[in-house]
Design a protein around this ligand. Structure first.
Ligand SMILES: Cc1cc2nc3c(=O)[nH]c(=O)nc-3n(C[C@H](O)[C@H](O)[C@H](O)COP(=O)(O)OP(=O)(O)OC[C@H]3O[C@@H](n4cnc5c(N)ncnc54)[C@H](O)[C@@H]3O)c2cc1C
Length: 397
């Protein structure tokens, strides 16, 4: 069995993605990176293909597919356009999958059909200007009013899909974490709210421009100023956000690792081809030992990433947390491996590798975000060490 294509359904999905990527994604990737624009029409065509609600149940308009399928889609998109893949991830995993796993019947039946087609673009807002890794310190607050609705105040930073265009049109729906009090032990009580476009007090503070990479995805600061959120838009029970975060974090990190895999595969493929095409000192550069080191080490890293990522996908249960060790492990390993492989590709390709037309320059810039977003390398190191203290026996299994 090929661990990356465990069933006929997965093989067909990968083939469909490869066709779509070569016909529609690759031709626009450089242009949208240069202009720092999000390709909304292309994004909506993923809805027509049933991919925007890939892991959401069919009964709400999703496709009901598993974690391996989600990995395949992220890997294939990212092999061409990681920025576009990041916008896809923020919508389909950080919003749609989160809602599918944690929302009420009313919330799911009303919103999933809209986000599965792409009529609505979704985002997830956890990070704030002063709180990133230290997420439980977040400062946004929600207080309940007499009529049961909520008054949300605060700012969220770095929100992928936070705006959908250059005019600062906000995402149609955002999954927002806010503090609703403190528990009996004095710890923050964090709750989850669905904020929809048009709710008073919800706006885009700024579209963040001039990013190193991932420029084909919009990143925004969101502002909530006495934003009125109906009682029905509280997700789950008060103070339940930790459960929501834990349930969604593993698939988020798995798919970010899958994006690294796409970057690694494409970079390896580009450097391998170039090493034959390019000659120096009367021979193909692949004959040089130093070039062989770049290619050989990249291949080994790529294969190790692929095995670890798809093995983790195979064991990931979308409705339950419990695989944090490996979702942190794959992201920790894959993010840096992808950056190193993109760097090796650029080195093999010399001056050509350094310009946009030859693709790896863009992948090299995009790869860095994966060491920061969805958890920094340091947070993965911290979590892994903590988990291995609790369950040292997993090392010997
Ligand atoms: C392009 C982009 C898209 C993003 N999209 C989203 C999104 O859609 N939604 C969202 O909510 N967020 C998003 N983020 C935010 C991202 O998740 C955060 O940037 C990330 O969690 C790190 O937080 P920070 O930037 O505040 O850095 P900080 O947490 O301030 O970290 C700064 C440095 O300190 C280190 N550090 C912090 N705490 C510790 C510790 N305990 N031990 C060791 N080292 C530590 C960090 O590892 C890092 O090196 C995005 C970010 C970017 C750049």
């Amino acid at each position: 069995m090929d661990i990356a294509n465990p069933s006929d359904e997965h093989v067909m999905l990968r083939e469909m993605m490869r066709d779509f990527v070569s016909e529609k994604v690759e031709p626009q990737a450089l242009e949208y990176d240069r202009s720092e624009k999000f390709n909304l029409d292309l994004f909506r065509s993923l809805g027509e293909m049933g991919l925007l609600g890939i892991t959401a149940p069919d009964q709400y308009g999703g496709s009901g597919l598993d974690a391996t399928a989600a990995v395949i889609v992220h890997e294939e998109l990212s092999a061409s356009d990681p920025g576009f893949a990041l916008a896809y991830l923020a919508h389909s995993m950080l919003f749609v999958n989160n809602l599918a796993q944690n929302g009420s019947e009313e919330q799911k039946s009303r919103i999933i059909p809209l986000v599965s087609t792409g009529e609505w673009v979704g985002a997830m807002a956890m990070s704030e200007p002063d709180f990133g890794t230290d997420v439980l310190g977040l400062a946004s607050t929600a207080t309940q009013r007499d009529d049961g609705s909520w008054l949300l105040n605060g700012r969220k930073m770095w929100i992928t899909n936070g705006c959908i265009d250059e005019e600062g049109t906000p995402a149609d729906v955002v999954w927002v974490y806010a503090r609703t009090g403190t528990d009996s032990k004095g710890r923050s009580q964090i709750s989850t709210f669905l904020v929809e476009k048009g709710m008073p007090g919800y706006s885009v503070g700024q579209k963040i421009i001039d990013k190193t990479g991932m420029r084909a995805s919009n990143t925004a600061e969101l502002v909530f100023e006495d934003c009125i959120v109906p009682a029905a838009n509280l997700v789950g029970e008060l103070g339940e956000s930790l459960i929501h975060m834990m349930r969604n974090l593993e698939i988020e990190r798995l798919c970010l690792a899958a994006m690294s895999l796409g970057i690694a595969r494409r970079s390896l493929s580009e450097m391998n081809r170039y090493a034959t095409e390019r000659s120096a000192f009367g021979q193909e550069i692949r004959q040089f030992g130093q070039i062989q080191r770049h290619i050989g080490e990249s291949w080994a890293k790529y294969r190790a990433m692929r095995a670890y990522i798809y093995d983790t996908a195979l064991h990931l249960n979308l409705s339950q947390s419990g695989n944090r060790l490996d979702s942190d492990g794959i992201k920790l390993f894959a993010a840096t491996a992808a950056k190193e492989i993109a760097d090796a590709a650029m080195q093999v390709m010399g001056g050509y590798g350094y310009v946009g037309e030859y693709v790896v320059e863009r992948l090299w810039r995009d790869s860095k975000l994966l060491e920061i977003g969805g958890g920094t390398l340091e947070s993965h190191q911290k979590n892994i060490t903590r988990d291995l203290e609790k369950t040292p026996e997993v090392i010997e299994q």
